[in-house]
Design a protein around this ligand. Structure first.
Ligand SMILES: NC(=O)c1ccc[n+]([C@@H]2O[C@H](COP(=O)([O-])OP(=O)(O)OC[C@H]3O[C@@H](n4cnc5c(N)ncnc54)[C@H](O)[C@@H]3O)[C@@H](O)[C@H]2O)c1
Length: 364
């Protein structure tokens, strides 16, 4: 089992990674609940992860540990007030108190929404993450950001609420659709661009084995990406500085997702992939990095089955949506740009025509 400690301002938690972790390391999971004084657990799970829940439930049953379950809806629209309100009613009806824990089993949607519920229910109850998509394993389950969306924008209602532990069973990836798997890889490419040359080289070399989901390569991918993300969020938990670099590509991505109404026409990771191309194109236009970095990025994204262009994007309206992003401060948009891999910077001084040109670049 790989274990990665992550420090937050309130506590340090472990991210544990293993194949068949829910079976082989069940006693470690149980010990963690007991050590944290949890006497009852509510598992909120994505229905597409039922079989992984059953593996865990078998363990809890053997240990006679009380667990309640709630099927949380799938899809980005589940990150809404409407969908979490009944969860609060259920928790209250079940008499869940401060000694009760809340666990999220599912992808980033489940983790973000259930984490938000845990952060405000009774002013905060112990929270555990069991991420089941590649994106949630390498990104959203680490760092403590939890949120739901508002119709005016994504992740606008949320808090910083680190989990007490993160448990990653790599077997969960077996059932993950190819398209969703690639979405997780978009965040890995972003991490590599932030980390530097050697991380980009490794992704380029390992791309074939990553796409074949070779177990040892996947574990290495998880290990390195969680360490990159943990390294950044430990230095700047509340996004006062360095953590904002994790938004590389996301200002464009969030506008795209909003435009496509968070639908399956463009998944989050696909929007991130397009957003990375636009952000690096903008970096080139601003004279920061060479066109070779952009070409290399596009080749890498294509090798991971990720999109680098989208047909007929309404660039003017996307530029307008972008102005409403929650990262807009003092009416100016802060873009994360790069000089070269490993050298990001933030700028609110980019030329509007360069932004439009970056949008046009990713629109076919
Ligand atoms: N909190 C953060 O720091 C952070 C970081 C990045 C992204 N996010 C958020 O994460 C969300 C995207 O997460 P996601 O890509 O995991 O999406 P998701 O949770 O919607 O999962 C994608 C799809 O895969 C299904 N699924 C989940 N696990 C499965 C499995 N093991 N086998 C088969 N199907 C499975 C789900 O039902 C869903 O249909 C977005 O809302 C984004 O804003 C948050």
């Amino acid at each position: 089992m790989i274990q990665i400690p992550v420090s937050s301002s309130s506590h340090t938690y472990q991210v544990s990674i293993n194949d068949s972790l829910f079976r082989h390391n069940f006693n470690d999971i149980l010990d963690c609940f007991k050590k944290n004084g949890i006497s009852r657990l509510a598992f909120l799970y994505d229905k597409n992860c039922r079989k992984y829940l059953d593996t865990l439930l078998a363990g809890f049953e053997r240990a006679s540990f009380p667990v309640l379950t709630y099927e949380f809806p799938s899809g980005e629209s589940a990150k809404s007030i409407d969908k979490i309100y009944p969860v609060f009613s259920w928790l209250i009806e079940q008499g869940m108190d401060r000694n009760s824990g809340i666990a999220a089993l599912g992808g980033g949607v489940t983790g973000d929404a259930v984490g938000f519920v845990a952060s405000v229910y009774l002013r905060g109850v112990p929270f555990f993450q069991f991420p089941t998509t590649l994106l949630s394993m390498v990104d959203s389950s680490v760092g403590g950001k939890v949120a739901i969306n508002h119709e005016l924008g994504k992740n606008l209602i949320g808090s910083f609420y680190p989990p007490l532990a993160v448990y990653i069973d790599t077997d969960c990836l077996d059932s993950l659709a190819a398209r969703e798997y690639s979405c997780g890889l978009a965040e890995c490419v972003k991490h590599a661009l932030l980390e530097g040359e050697s991380a980009v080289n490794w992704l380029e070399d390992a791309a074939g084995d990553i796409m074949k989901r070779k177990p040892e390569t996947v574990k290495k991918l998880l290990d390195s990406n969680i360490r990159i993300k943990a390294g950044i969020v430990q230095e700047d938990e509340k996004e006062a500085g360095k953590r904002a670099f994790l938004n590389l590509g996301h200002t464009f991505a969030h506008a795209l997702e909003k435009h496509f109404s968070y639908s399956s026409e463009l998944l989050h990771g696909e929007a991130v992939s397009l957003g990375l191309v636009a952000a690096v194109r903008l970096s080139v236009l601003e004279g920061l990095c060479g066109g070779d970095v952009l070409l290399r990025l596009e080749k890498l994204l294509l090798s991971l089955s990720l999109p680098i262009r989208k047909q007929n994007l309404p660039v003017d309206s996307l530029a307008e949506i972008m102005k409403r992003d929650k990262k807009v401060r003092d009416k100016s948009i802060h873009f994360v740009l790069i000089d070269r891999p490993g050298s990001p910077l933030s700028s609110n001084q980019v030329l509007p025509e360069h932004v439009l040109s970056a949008w046009n670049y990713i629109s076919e």
